[in-house]
Design a protein around this ligand. Structure first.
Ligand code: C5P
Length: 274
């Protein structure tokens, strides 16, 4: 039974419009720079008071439990997640759930942390958590812990997942890092977002993990080719894959293209940026 004190919040997936990977840091993580944008596909996370901490996600590396323990290891809560975001798909599903748990338990446990404090705490849970706690579009840097809000126009996207799970650690381990001094990718995306021009935004898409992920899972290349051939304005991979997103001109075109991809046997969602 759901307690009247239960809190339910939506945990939105993200796409990386850019993802630049620089050198390996002394802590074993890569320095990166990424434009991270939330989209309308979401999980729903519910927390309610309980003596013990528990989660029904079924994942062995449950980021919801990790988030709750990092927030306050001495307290209990029952966490229930309705999953819609595919796992291992580069859409930040696990991180979005963890971010939602931090926000909800901060309320339930009356801890009084600000969003900025929760983002800092979230960095201990996963690299994408600070961005997703912050909410809205952000420029993410460092290992993922430095986040700054940015403006992003409303974009109609089609998400398409080829049904393979990528290992983020494996993809990072075989990717080719770029020269840290080069700001051209970010400059191009910032100027494109500012202009609101869809062609320019699509031309500025970049993901340094694409070659590594496609090398490990050729199914991702097939989705990229298929969406490009269908006439999308631009196509790119999100995070470490395996989900690919296509930019299209409107909600109707997004629904049509998503239906075409579903008919081809892929998991696909028409979404809009938030
Ligand atoms: O932080 P998170 O648990 O999401 O990272 C998963 C893996 O991705 C890390 O263990 C690491 O191998 C890789 N990673 C990285 N550099 C980052 C973020 C993630 O190398 N900035």
């Amino acid at each position: 039974m759901t307690s009247s004190l239960a809190m339910k919040i939506d945990a939105f997936a993200k796409v990386n419009l850019t993802l630049e990977v620089f050198g390996l840091r002394p802590d074993g993580y890569h320095a990166l720079r990424s434009v991270v944008v939330p989209v309308s596909l979401c999980d729903t996370v519910e927390v309610e008071p309980a003596d013990e901490l528990s989660s029904d996600s079924g994942y062995s590396d449950d980021l919801c439990l990790k988030a709750a323990k990092v927030l306050d290891p001495s307290r209990g809560a029952r966490i229930h997640v309705v999953k819609r975001i595919p796992a291992g798909g580069g859409l930040g599903g696990g991180s979005a759930d963890a971010a939602a748990v931090l926000i909800a338990l901060n309320e339930l446990w009356r801890l009084g942390h600000s969003r900025a404090e929760l983002a800092e705490i979230g960095a201990q849970v996963g690299s994408d958590v600070p961005a997703l706690v912050t909410g809205g579009s952000v420029l993410m840097e460092g290992r993922g812990e430095k986040v700054a809000p940015i403006e992003c126009p409303r974009l109609n996207l089609v998400l398409c997942n080829p049904g393979v799970h990528t290992s983020t650690a494996e993809v990072y381990s075989v990717c080719k890092a770029r020269d840290c001094a080069d700001t051209s990718v970010n400059d191009a995306m910032m100027s494109a977002l500012h202009s609101g021009d869809l062609e320019k935004i699509a031309a500025a898409f970049a993901n340094d993990l694409t070659a590594a992920a496609c090398g490990l899972h050729p199914e991702i290349s097939e989705v990229i080719s298929s969406l490009s051939a269908a006439g999308a304005i631009g196509v790119s991979m999100s995070g470490s894959g395996s989900t690919v997103f296509a930019l299209v001109s409107g909600a109707e075109r997004a629904r049509e293209l998503s239906a075409e991809m579903t008919a081809k046997g892929y998991a696909s969602w028409p979404v809009v940026t938030r």
